[in-house]
Design a protein around this ligand. Structure first.
Ligand SMILES: Cc1cc2nc3c(=O)[nH]c(=O)nc-3n(C[C@H](O)[C@H](O)[C@H](O)COP(=O)(O)O)c2cc1C
Length: 211
């Protein structure tokens, strides 16, 4: 397993910031991760305020996301001179979770209008892992084309579509499993989590009536 991992996490203006919180908790708990740069866009802060019922200011948002470990450094997305703006700054992987369709589009076209998009641009040019957790549905043709473009450029599009075969009973379980899949893509798999082994199915809840 790789050690001393440095991860960049961005939260943009789309639903599902509960998963961002779970991912951040896992990264903070993981001894293999030594540093996390966290960027929350202005609309991301709006979404955190909406989904957690908190204020939109930087400190309240960081608190709501549980980004409390000294490992986590909160960066200003408006500051295009921030550390992650350069390929010379070391980070191993970047995840945008949730990734709004507009952000996907701007990354697909290399626009880099803020530090989040610039860091994604850098990840692509440096051939580092970039995971885009798109949260949009249904998808229009521009979204689909942009997904093709970023995939061709080297990113992984990992839409915020949950898994069901692990039979999650609560939103928390569903979100945890999604975060787990993202951790796998970041090379931070945790061995204590459910994994399909080709034979056994998880216990189905009797009351669901699902086949
Ligand atoms: C309350 C709210 C919810 C939103 N939800 C989504 C969403 O689920 N998916 C999406 O692609 N955009 C959504 N948007 C639009 C994006 O926030 C917008 O396109 C924005 O430009 C994204 O980039 P930003 O986070 O860098 O501002 C939402 C906006 C607001 C205000």
């Amino acid at each position: 397993m790789p050690e001393n991992r440095r991860i960049t996490v961005a939260v943009t203006g789309a639903g599902g910031v509960g998963v961002s919180k779970r991912l951040l908790a896992a990264l903070q708990d993981d001894d293999r991760v030594t540093h996390v740069d966290l960027l929350v866009s202005a609309n991301g802060r709006k979404l955190v305020a909406l989904e957690f019922g908190t204020q939109e200011d930087r400190d309240s948002v960081a608190q709501a996301l549980g980004a409390t470990s000294p490992k986590v450094r909160l960066l200003d997305p408006a500051d295009l001179a921030g550390p992650v703006t350069s390929g010379s700054y070391p980070y191993d992987a970047m995840v945008i979770l949730p990734c709004a369709a507009g952000v996907l589009g701007r990354i697909a076209h290399g626009l880099a209008l803020d530090l989040i998009e610039r860091a994604a641009d850098v990840a692509l040019k440096e051939r580092r892992r970039l995971v885009l957790c798109l949260r949009e549905t249904p998808l229009n043709l521009a979204h689909l084309r942009n997904m093709v473009s970023v995939t061709e450029a080297g990113a992984i599009v990992f839409p915020m579509i949950p898994t069901y075969y692990n039979a999650p009973e609560t939103l928390a379980e569903l979100q945890d499993e999604f975060a787990e899949r993202v951790l796998q893509l970041l090379g931070l798999q945790r061995t204590d989590r459910y994994r399909w082994d080709g034979e056994s199915t998880p216990a189905r809840r009797e009351h669901t009536g699902t086949p």
